[in-house]
Design a binder for this molecule. Structure first.
Ligand code: F6R
Length: 239
């Protein structure tokens, strides 16, 4: 794991943007895996500004998001599809049909998960996957105890994750209990992974990521087995 330490959130976002832009420059048809949550918002802003200033083209890029809440339709303002449209896609020239997020309102969520996994593999897999990390070590919605061999599946959210995500909702009761999430094996098949860690509340997660055992009780620990992971972390999260 290569670890890049930066001063603060702005530098973290700029450094992450440089890595994404470099990938797109090397391969204008790259398949990029995306995350939601608070952490990548600065990165998405940097990409939007770069597109405006430098015209980086996303016309041949394909994206796959990590996850989506079950039960929320795409136009629900708390769905991850809505978040991605608002925070990134509408600011780029990427054709909407090349942006993939599981459908939260699919009639058969399990079938949707299966189809999503197949689509990722049919597309040739993910070239660069962006990740955030939960305080309990979750990546995507793969909570502690998720099998390292899991593929895209229906995932139960723990109460601590629902609590952490209530910032996007009016109350914790409104946070869905189920999501469709890429599995750990899906994430690990990505050719390259970029993990972003920011803020004091992630200190112990970083500590466990780097010093704890590689074990399913701390899902992100699996990344230590991946040959090409870059972690960008700010000083708040590191000390
Ligand atoms: C989001 C996701 C989650 C978040 C994690 C950290 O698509 O899959 O694993 O990356 O919950 O969230 P924030 O960035 O809000 O601290």
């Amino acid at each position: 794991m290569k670890i890049i330490t930066v001063k603060g959130y702005k530098e973290l976002s700029e450094t992450a943007a440089q890595i994404v832009l470099q990938k797109i420059e090397q391969d204008p048809e790259a398949v990029i895996g995306l995350a939601t949550g608070s952490t990548p918002l600065g990165l998405y802003e940097e990409l939007a500004v770069d597109h405006q200033l430098n015209g980086t083209s996303y016309q041949k890029i394909t994206t796959f998001n990590l996850d989506e809440y079950v039960g929320l339709p795409a136009d629900h303002d708390h769905s991850y599809r809505y978040y991605m449209n608002e925070n990134l896609f509408t600011h780029l020239d990427i054709p909407k049909e090349q942006t993939h997020i599981p459908r939260g309102d699919a009639e058969d969520a399990a079938a949707e998960a299966k189809n999503y996994e197949e689509l990722i593999q049919r597309t040739g897999g993910i070239d660069l996957q962006i990740l955030g990390i939960g305080r309990n070590g979750h990546i995507g919605f793969n909570e502690p105890g998720t099998s390292f061999s899991s593929i895209t599946h229906l995932a139960d959210l723990t109460s601590s994750t629902r609590e952490a995500n209530k910032k996007f909702f009016d109350s914790v009761e409104e946070v869905p209990e189920l999501a469709i999430s890429m599995g750990i094996a899906t994430i690990m098949r990505s050719k390259e992974i970029l993990l972003l860690i920011t803020g004091k509340q992630k200190q112990s997660a970083f500590e466990q990521l780097t010093k704890g055992e590689v074990d399913e009780s701390f899902p992100a620990s699996v990344l230590r087995n991946h040959p090409h992971v870059t972690v960008i972390i700010d000083e708040d999260a590191k000390t």
